[in-house]
Design a binder for this molecule. Structure first.
Ligand code: ADP
Length: 618
């Protein structure tokens, strides 16, 4: 076993790796950017070194600097985690050339699976079923459009270098193809420096099924069963589980065997995931499950596999990288119970899931479940990296029990003032279709109305807020009702302010059990400021509906789709912004005319700056 390990990553995965390394007696070295200096992973490592500025290219992507630190600190090995340099073949080679152990996939396997088109060709050759589509070299718009027509709509345009749900566009209609292609290429160039795309038949009722594989340096490959990652928002995984619901033994054997074959075809060593897409319109069937891509790293969602198999995958990685054989043979691996993971993100579900950054004045997780988190109370969510706050992982004897446990866990998350998707996770886990296993990748979009919370506080929140202020009001709790409806029965109503807006609440006997921290109330995964009403409420400050389109966060203007004086219709695309590496289209809020246009293609904008102003049509 290696004696020391440098972790070329940050946040929760760095902590996760440190935990196992410590248990195995391996000394750990953290590297970090300057803004991460106070993060828990830096403190928890045996040693730490700052390697540069906040931007990933100035720190976590600086290959030479990382290897230098490894040398200087006497690290024997480097674990890349996921993201950053984890699937960078040159870095893997540089690590090995420096005489260090690379706790990752062999560079040749990374290369073979790195580009989606080449990987699919390789899998076809190995006899692994792949999604029907176009992988050709001709990248002209005309050719791609012809191929899309031939595949038949809907089609999916994918950046060949894509990953993380970026660089992907579903096209339902030939008329939209050119626009979607242009936008996909733009995103691909910005994110991956490669604008080539491939086309795939868009699978209807798709489920994302992936298989955890592991290889050792002796050529052994085993699988650790499947995960279902169908619960996605804009192609990004939100909830993952293991095993997959509705997977019968024969189908599981076929899919897992295909995954092992795929890994063997690239002489795989270490932890890897073979991702498949299943057409689940008639349940999971072996002949309707196709290879999508291989991820040559440890995945974010690996804990659900750990939960059902009782294995520590980071330990497996360290052992295999040290030259040891796989810790278990295939026949020794079994599935026990059901595990579900939810990704708690710093984002605001009521504003279209825009990332939310800032201090974590309050950060409390439910007890009794596994929580992998990179941050702590008193810390901060910065805009520089992935906005994931934590992974909530539940494990129970049955899927139903696991879903209930997750709903309860997400509902007890307390985060403030950063906004999170906790309420959205709680609602998803409690949704009858989720609980009964009717999941596919369209689930979230289909049920958005039920899952996305309203911007308004619910009755339950108002009740809880009212109940919470009653004891704090001075003897005569009802005085501040003066000026409210005259004929209301003042004995039963409380004037309360929630999210800085006044409400009059008729108190009922049983207010929901909310948790509170100062003037913030937590209920069902949501957080609201509350207090007794103030007298100085004006007509309401919100200027909603005035047609001013403001930048929701700092970013760059990628495209301006309108000109001053243009007539626009509600929902029409006005401006495309790139913020936190994602494209975001800003749409017309109502029918009208472009009265003012401030956004300029290529320009940087700060949060809240005016981009476009729409005037309603008379
Ligand atoms: P990335 O590498 O960016 O994660 P993937 O190729 O793994 O992209 O695809 C991400 C998700 O997009 C899948 O999990 C699935 O939900 C959806 N997807 C991918 N290919 C198809 C397809 N051909 N038809 C329908 N959905 C697809």
């Amino acid at each position: 076993m290696i004696g020391s390990l440098l972790i070329a990553n940050r946040g929760e995965i760095a902590r996760r790796i440190i935990r196992t390394a410590r248990r195995l007696g391996v000394r750990t070295i953290a590297v970090h950017s300057d803004v991460d200096a106070a993060m828990p992973f830096v403190r928890e490592a045996d040693q730490a070194a700052c390697i540069g500025g906040a931007a990933a290219r100035d720190s976590y992507l600086r290959q030479d600097r990382i290897i230098e630190v490894a040398r200087a600190t006497g690290a024997e090995a480097i674990h890349p985690g996921y993201g950053f340099l984890s699937e960078n073949a040159e870095f893997a080679e540089a690590v090995q050339a420096a005489g260090l152990v690379w706790v990752g996939a062999p560079p040749a396997a990374i290369r073979a699976m790195g580009l989606k088109d080449a990987a699919k060709e390789r899998m076809i050759a190995a006899g692994v079923p792949v999604t029907p589509g176009y992988l050709g070299k001709d990248q002209s718009t005309d050719c791609l459009r012809r191929e899309a027509d031939a595949i038949g709509y809907p089609v999916l345009i994918k950046a060949v270098a894509g990953g993380g749900g970026k660089g992907m566009r579903r096209v339902d209609d030939a008329d939209d193809f050119a626009d979607a292609l242009a936008s996909c290429r733009r995103e691909a160039t910005a994110a991956f420096g490669d604008d080539r795309v491939l086309l795939e038949k868009y699978i209807l009722s798709p489920r994302h099924i992936e298989v955890q594989v592991f290889g050792d340096s002796r050529g052994e490959v085993v699988h650790l069963f499947e995960r279902d990652c169908s619960l996605q928002r804009r192609h990004q995984k939100v909830i993952e589980e293991a095993p997959a619901t509705g997977m019968d033994v024969a189908t599981r054997e076929a899919v897992c065997a295909a995954a092992v074959k795929a890994a063997q075809a690239v002489a795989y060593v270490g932890a890897g995931t073979i991702e498949f897409i299943a057409d689940a319109s008639a349940g999971l069937r072996a002949d309707r499950i196709w290879f999508m891509e291989m991820n040559t790293r440890l995945q974010v969602e690996h804990p659900v596999t750990e939960a059902i198999t009782g294995q520590d995958l980071v330990e497996w990685q360290l052992r295999v990288a040290s030259g040891e054989p796989l810790p278990k043979r295939q026949e020794e691996l079994t599935i026990s119970g059901w595990a579900i993971e939810a990704r708690l993100y710093a984002e605001n579900p009521t504003s279209g899931f825009l990332p939310s950054t800032g201090p974590l004045e309050r950060l409390r997780f439910p007890a009794g479940i596994r929580v992998d988190s990179g941050v702590e109370e008193g810390g901060e969510v910065t805009p520089f990296y992935d906005p994931m706050i934590a992974k909530l992982i539940v494990h129970a004897p049955s899927r139903t029990a696991a879903a209930h446990a997750l709903a309860a866990a997400a509902g007890h998350v307390q985060v403030w003032p950063v906004r999170t998707n906790a309420v959205f996770l709680a609602r998803t886990a409690a949704h009858p279709d989720f609980v009964s296993g009717r999941v596919d990748t369209g689930f979230i979009a289909r049920h958005a109305k039920a899952l996305v919370p309203a911007a308004e506080p619910s009755d339950a929140v108002l009740q809880a807020a009212a109940a919470a202020i009653v004891p704090s009001l001075d003897r005569d709790p009802w005085t501040c009702l003066a000026g409210f409806r005259a004929n209301a029965d003042p004995d039963r109503e409380v004037a309360v302010e929630v999210a800085e807006r006044p409400f009059r609440v008729a108190l009922t006997a049983a207010a929901p059990a909310a948790e509170r921290h100062g003037d913030v109330l937590f209920l069902g995964g949501e957080a609201w400021t509350f207090g007794p009403c103030r007298a100085d409420h004006g007509a309401g400050a919100g200027a909603a509906g005035d047609g001013a389109i403001l930048a929701p966060m700092p970013g760059r203007v990628l495209a301006v789709a309108v000109a001053e004086g243009d007539a626009v219709t509600k929902g029409q695309r006005l401006v495309v912004l790139e913020a936190m590496k994602m494209e975001q289209a800003l749409l017309a809020p109502f029918d009208g005319t472009v009265a003012e246009l401030r956004a300029q293609e290529g320009g940087q904008v700060s949060e809240g700056s005016l981009l476009v102003r729409i005037e309603g049509r008379a």
